[in-house]
Design a protein around this ligand. Structure first.
Ligand code: SF4
Length: 406
């Protein structure tokens, strides 16, 4: 796997050591069991895979290259580079401005750009419409296009499938930048529908079986399908792809469910004519992070902490998983822990909550801790240090970290 030049302030010496030890013992990453790091009276249970993925490191490396290679020029990012507030703030501090917010609202009008400006395309990619607007303004959209190659793989596969008369079903969130971009690329050659979860797949199955009218289909899915989509025609041959940060297990569940629906209509012997095998489009990093998190679920722990941006899709899914077994706190960074109190984001109520004395006084505390694909390891290390501060002085923390054993 390629090594990227990411600013050193995003790295963590302790977590780099943990990753290096695991890599040496298991270079092909076949063992997804967690790593236990004992620091004083705390045991931190870390996932086998956590933090920056390939696409995020690539995007950050190229953003900093754009800054270094274009002194004196205006540099813009189409929208948030990745869903991590600290990383986006660092880019802003280096002079990069954002053209749109996460919802696609314009912060700076495209008309204000000129051909001498540098525009970065974020890791999720962008729609063909936006790409055309920028190109028509004379802006180079290729040099600093940081679209992740694994997202492009989904687009390419979708386009090929659509050319073969498959309708593309995207398992994703309708308003997520990546899903909008995938929708835009897939619809070049055919019809596309976005579904969010297994409940929506169940409604879709009724449409496949022609138990729902076109009006019912349109009312249920609203603006989530291509113009002219006729469910009685365009659901005979499908391929399922995903927003790469969705739960891979849910995508597989939806795919299997729709496959069984098509088998019930057309027979097992004909299934290959009605459904494409798209398993190879699932992102390896999302898969690794979620598989590692599933293994964390089997651990004995007092609580779990997930670190990442509150608008990060992949991080939210890690919280959903850990929430099944642990009292789980979702925090953006170490500043959310003050003494033994924690401010955390509740994904169910979509609001910040406060917990006083979140760590008990029991002598040994076992804490499951992990981070999303857009969270720098340095932030995770700061969180670990803030937890250590509840019981140790700075000097003792340095000694614990210097002498830790994984
Ligand atoms: S999660 Fe996967 S597809 Fe998304 S940026 Fe990371 S490596 Fe690329």
């Amino acid at each position: 796997m390629k090594q990227f030049e990411v600013p050193t302030f995003y790295r963590s010496s302790i977590l780099a050591r943990v990753k290096a030890i695991r890599k040496e013992l298991d270079p092909r990453k076949k063992d997804f069991s967690p790593t236990e790091v004992n620091l004083g009276s705390f045991t931190f249970i870390l996932g086998r895979h956590f933090g920056f993925c390939y696409g995020v490191e690539n995007a950050i490396e190229r953003s900093y290259k754009a800054i270094a290679e274009n002194p004196g020029k205006r540099i813009f990012l189409l929208s948030q580079m990745i869903h991590n507030p600290a990383v986006n703030e660092d880019l802003r501090a280096n002079g990069i401005e954002f053209l749109q917010d996460t919802q696609g609202n314009q912060l700076i009008n495209f008309e204000e750009l000129s051909s001498s400006d540098v525009v970065l395309i974020p890791a999720f990619g962008t729609t063909i419409k936006t790409q055309n607007i920028l190109e028509n303004l004379g802006i180079d959209v290729k040099t600093y296009n940081t679209t992740c190659p694994f997202v492009e793989k989904v687009w390419n596969r979708s386009q090929k499938l659509a050319q073969g008369d498959h309708t593309i079903i995207i398992h994703g969130k309708f308003d997520h930048e990546e899903t909008k971009a995938t929708f835009s690329h897939a619809q070049q050659n055919g019809h596309v529908l976005i579904i969010k979860n297994i409940q929506e797949a169940a409604f879709l199955a009724q449409c496949i079986r022609q138990e729902k009218t076109r009006d019912e289909f349109e009312f249920f899915f609203k603006r989530k399908f291509t113009p002219g989509f006729n469910p009685s025609v365009h659901l005979r041959k499908i391929g399922v792809v995903n927003q790469t940060t969705m739960l891979a297990s849910e995508t597989q569940q939806i795919t299997e469910f729709l496959r069984n629906t098509l088998i019930s209509v057309y027979g097992a012997e004909n299934i290959n004519k009605h459904m494409a095998d798209t398993r190879d489009t699932l992102c390896y990093a999302t898969n690794d992070n979620q598989t590692s998190t599933l293994q964390l679920l089997e651990q004995r722990a007092d609580l779990a902490i997930v670190v990442g941006g509150y608008n990060s899709s992949n991080t939210t899914h890690l919280v959903e998983l850990l929430d099944q077994n642990f009292n789980t706190y979702f925090i953006k960074d170490a500043s959310e822990i003050k003494g033994n109190d924690i401010s955390h984001y509740n994904i169910h109520h979509k609001e910040m909550q406060f917990k006083k004395d979140f760590l008990s006084n029991e002598k040994r505390q076992r804490i499951v801790i992990t981070s999303g694909a857009s969270c720098p390891d340095s932030i995770l290390e700061d969180v670990i240090k803030n937890i250590l501060k509840i019981r140790y002085k700075d000097q003792e923390i340095n000694e614990l970290i210097n002498n830790f054993k994984a």
